[in-house]
Design a protein around this ligand. Structure first.
Ligand SMILES: NC(=O)c1ccc[n+]([C@@H]2O[C@H](COP(=O)([O-])OP(=O)(O)OC[C@H]3O[C@@H](n4cnc5c(N)ncnc54)[C@H](O)[C@@H]3O)[C@@H](O)[C@H]2O)c1
Length: 270
């Protein structure tokens, strides 16, 4: 018996990293997965390696190898029609929708007065507006099913405390807090809970971005902003984030909505 037997989970950004891990963890607990990823380079401003179609297919293989069911489509979270089509197809195939994990995102660095407009705008389009479009595409199916449910928005410690070099990322991730609280208030009557998580560094290609190190070399006085309270494990594993996501998705979190869960090794308090 799995904790999510018979449940259906929609996850964005499944090709690799945390999104892939969430898909695997839910599948191991019996859930069917609806997943999307753009699965190609999205931005010239990103300084870490970007996900590929091979990564996307590897996620599907891993989920199926674990005995899970997955409907995966290549789609961009900036495309409402594509998201709605995937959700419709998934609900037609699996019969319902219970959990949404709005996880897809990008990260890029610059001092704000040196940041080209399109660097700012594309990150907002993906990390903020893309989450709005994800929620808009998925929520009607949850309301219609009438089973309640849980929505998790993947923000960041940078959505609780701003970091230098990331005005685009901070604006989007703080914006998700407002989105979480609004959606929680509107969806409470349907027994759908909405919460955000706020990880610090996580061991994925984004979390080990060489661009971050270049910024620290250039601006070493920025480093104290990034200090954690817990120093034993400087970077979390995707499983650490999945632990929080599965907790918020499940019945043990039945009293929690509109909240911001800091998975930040204490960094937002430093
Ligand atoms: N890694 C960290 O240190 C860290 C810390 C805090 C928060 N986060 C957040 O966690 C989430 C997952 O990041 P990750 O660490 O797994 O990074 P990642 O780069 O490994 O994975 C992100 C995935 O999102 C996909 N994606 C990007 N733009 C997309 C778009 N427009 N449409 C559809 N898919 C798109 C990518 O192709 C990729 O597969 C992001 O929202 C990120 O901001 C990451």
């Amino acid at each position: 018996m799995g904790e999510f037997d018979g449940k259906v989970v929609f996850i964005t950004g499944i090709a690799r990293g945390q999104g892939r891990n969430h898909a695997l963890r839910f599948a191991r607990e019996g859930a069917s997965i609806i997943g999307v990823d753009i699965a190609r380079p999205v931005s010239k401003y990103i300084s870490y390696e970007q996900a590929t179609e091979d990564d996307f297919h590897e996620t599907v293989r891993l989920v199926e190898e674990a005995g899970g069911k997955i409907l995966a489509r290549i789609a961009d979270v900036r495309d409402s029609d594509a998201l709605r089509a995937v959700v419709d197809e998934g609900v037609a195939q699996f019969g319902r929708l219970d959990v949404v994990v709005a996880n897809a995102g990008i990260c890029s660095w610059n001092r704000f007065w040196e940041m080209p407009d399109d660097q700012f705008e594309e990150l907002i389009d993906i990390n903020l507006t893309g989450v709005f479009k994800t929620l808009k595409a998925a929520t009607p199916a949850m309301i219609e099913a009438g089973n309640g449910g849980s929505i998790i928005l993947v923000s960041s410690v940078a959505g609780l405390k701003a970091m230098p070099g990331q005005i685009n990322y901070a604006a989007a991730k703080f914006g998700l807090v407002g989105m979480t609280q609004t959606a929680a208030k509107e969806l409470g009557e349907y027994r759908i809970r909405v919460n955000s998580i706020h990880p610090y560094g996580v061991n994925t290609p984004m979390g080990t971005d060489p661009g971050a190190l270049q910024m620290f070399e250039k601006y070493p006085h920025w480093l104290p902003n990034f200090a954690p309270i817990l120093t034993e494990k400087p970077i979390a594993d995707p499983d650490d984030t999945s632990d929080a996501v599965l907790f918020l998705a499940g019945d043990r979190a039945k009293t929690i909505t509109g909240s911001q869960m800091a998975l930040d090794q204490g960094n937002s308090k430093v």
